[in-house]
Design a protein. Structure first.
Length: 86
């Protein structure tokens, strides 16, 4: 990326990652939030997705593109995880 290269990252599948993180958090007795997901699950997702950027010419003019994949149940994009990733 810093050498003028372009990077593509495909995050497959953020909904499965959120479910696994929820299970671990519940086992660790962390306080659950909406739909029993921990409150920082979206902070974890945003830290990953916010790293995608286009660098300035001074830094090499490379880019990082991220494509998050979310599994929906019955095409319901109004569910908790898909809504927050969108």
């Amino acid at each position: 990326m810093y050498g003028g290269k372009h990077v593509l990252i495909i995050f497959d599948d953020l909904s499965k990652q959120a479910e696994a993180y929820r299970a671990v958090s519940l086992l660790l007795r962390r306080p659950p939030g909406r739909e029993a997901y921990p409150g920082d699950v979206f902070y974890l997702h945003s830290r990953l997705l916010e790293r995608c950027a286009k660098l300035s010419d001074e830094l090499g003019a490379g880019s990082m593109t991220g494509l998050p994949i979310i599994e929906t149940k019955a095409n319901d994009v109004s569910a908790y995880i898909p809504t927050n990733v969108i």
